[in-house]
Design a binder for this molecule. Structure first.
Ligand SMILES: C[S@@+](CC[C@H](N)C(=O)[O-])C[C@H]1O[C@@H](n2cnc3c(N)ncnc32)[C@H](O)[C@@H]1O
Length: 232
């Protein structure tokens, strides 16, 4: 299971359509999605007009893509209202700036526009080393080398602690795939933590490593099929 497979399964079997991706990079995922309503948000897209053309030929749905070359904060501040109108988001991939404050704002902004049966997939929720979990500044100081998941894990813990209206868990695959939905009432939230946002902000990688399964509500990839009642 990886993020592309998870998104495609949900789109096909749950008839989810309207798609938004925060942090698109070269469009490895974005260009493969089949939907007439696709929103790409990234201040630094890593593709040319020629690549877009090729992608339209390979997947004609790309003709309808909407690109926003800006930060997600700027998008939600200036564009979201007119772009979405009455439309809701069915499925979103949150994969932009991998720092707690940013990933939390991204999820909260998407939630404001998420359909009742909509799904947010978050990439990079399960860093395996302190180096992978470092700040953007530290990653920049090592010339952007090595895996960087940042502290997106704190957003998962925050949602578990402070948003009882949501179901939140992380699949143990593809750097930790966070899954966030409006609560369906049949999902067991395992977290008994009661941290505030400020307390979560102070937690370290060692805290995380000692409580990984509980902080993330970590599940095997198979749980994805069970939770959404998907055919294999
Ligand atoms: C890991 S890449 C995304 C990969 C892509 N989602 C995929 O699955 O192939 C992260 C992207 O987030 C973008 N990014 C960084 N800060 C951002 C922000 N504040 N808002 C939106 N995107 C941001 C970067 O420019 C980069 O292209």
């Amino acid at each position: 299971m990886d993020r592309l497979h998870a998104i495609q399964l949900l789109m096909r079997q749950k008839k989810l359509k309207n798609y938004a991706e925060i942090g698109v990079f070269n469009g490895h995922i974005f260009f493969r999605i089949k939907s007439f309503f696709k929103i790409a948000i990234d201040p630094d897209f890593a593709f040319t007009k020629a690549r877009i053309l090729v992608k339209i030929i390979l997947n004609p749905f790309n003709l309808f893509n909407q690109y926003f070359k800006k930060t997600s904060d700027a998008f939600f501040e200036n564009d979201a209202k007119s772009v979405f109108g009455d439309k809701k988001i069915d499925i979103a991939l949150v994969d932009g700036m991998h720092e707690f404050a940013f990933s939390t704002r991204d999820v909260e902004h998407i939630l404001e526009r998420l359909n009742e049966n909509g799904v947010i997939i978050m990439h990079d929720c399960n860093p395996l080393t302190p180096e992978a979990a470092c700040s953007f500044k530290e990653w920049q100081n090592r010339n952007f080398s090595g895996t960087w998941n940042g502290d997106v894990w704190k957003t998962i813990l925050y949602l578990q602690c402070c948003r009882a209206d949501l179901d939140v868990f992380v699949l143990d695959c593809d750097h930790g795939l966070g899954v966030v939905t409006k609560s369906k009432g049949h999902h067991q939230q395992t977290s008994s933590f009661n941290y505030s946002k400020q307390e979560i902000d102070q937690l370290t990688y060692n805290d995380f490593n000692a409580n990984r399964v509980a902080y993330l509500n970590l599940k095997s990839a198979d749980y994805f099929y069970d939770y959404f009642h998907l055919k294999r």
